[in-house]
Design a protein around this ligand. Structure first.
Ligand SMILES: Nc1nc2c(ncn2[C@@H]2O[C@H](COP(=O)(O)OP(=O)(O)O)[C@@H](O)[C@H]2O)c(=O)[nH]1
Ligand SMILES: [Mg+2]
Length: 228
């Protein structure tokens, strides 16, 4: 007999769900080329090189779902992935947002980026939450604050995930989480709890999956592809 309110159950549901079907379905270059509305969407944002592609791969247990690159600032599209069942019956979508804060793309491109992300967040009722990734080695940067401003303005629910935990000394990890939580304290749309993950070791990945399972359940959307 499972107990739906136990975190252990969410971790198990998350493990099964993210091991299930997952495929790339759509790339949008602008706000007019989004895919038709479907199941809930979870979007991932972060500065270029923060480890977003690596985290999407770790989350979904795939090696090449999202391209891991050493060349920041390349992807300027919104990439959509269908999970839980083959499309059009997918239970949830992941959305890989273009990276921000890469100076070399220039101001014109940054404005285009901001407009696109803002329009997507404002006009997408199926968007359940944005995960904002922050490099755990460096903590918050000005461009992250600008991202939070954008999310707060759009009244878009968001949660911070610190990345590259394997590269941060154990003694510094709690401090890093605390300083980010302090930075989020007065932000209306921010989820108060900060996660710390490593795509290299898998630390924190099951907590992120569980957080997504819980969020979906709160919206009345159970992620239970295989009941056994
Ligand atoms: N040590 C460590 N390096 C990571 C981790 N995640 C990503 N990286 C490295 O960070 C760089 C950027 O990763 P990528 O996933 O392409 O970042 P993106 O630009 O945000 O998509 C690559 O060299 C990755 O190998 C992690 O959890 N630990
Ligand atoms: Mg990437």
């Amino acid at each position: 007999m499972t107990q739906p309110d136990q975190p252990i159950d969410e971790i198990e549901i998350g493990r099964k769900f993210f091991a299930g079907p997952c495929e790339f379905i759509w790339a949008a270059n602008d706000i007019n080329s989004l895919p038709k509305l479907g199941p809930p969407e979870i979007a991932f944002a972060g500065r270029s090189n923060v480890g977003k592609s690596s985290l999407l791969n770790a989350l979904t247990n795939r090696n090449h779902l999202a391209r891991v690159s050493n060349t920041p600032g390349r992807t300027q599209q919104l990439n959509f992935f269908a999970l839980g069942a083959p499309p059009p019956d997918e239970l949830m979508r992941l959305v890989d947002l273009p990276g921000y804060g890469y100076a070399a793309v220039g101001k014109g491109k940054i404005d285009t980026w901001t407009k696109l992300i803002h329009a997507y967040m404002r006009g997408r009722p199926s968007l359940a939450r944005v995960y904002v990734l922050i490099d755990g080695r460096h903590g918050l940067k000005d461009t992250d604050m600008q991202m939070f401003d954008l999310l707060d303005r759009a009244a878009m629910s968001y949660q911070v995930v610190l990345t590259k935990r394997d590269s941060v000394k154990l003694a510094e990890q709690a401090e890093r989480i605390k300083s980010v939580e302090t930075g989020l304290a007065k932000r209306a749309a921010a989820f108060p709890e900060v996660l710390f993950t490593s795509s290299e070791t898998g630390e924190g990945i099951e907590d992120l999956r569980a957080a997504i399972v819980r969020l979906m359940a709160e919206r009345g959307h159970e992620l239970r592809p295989n009941r056994d």
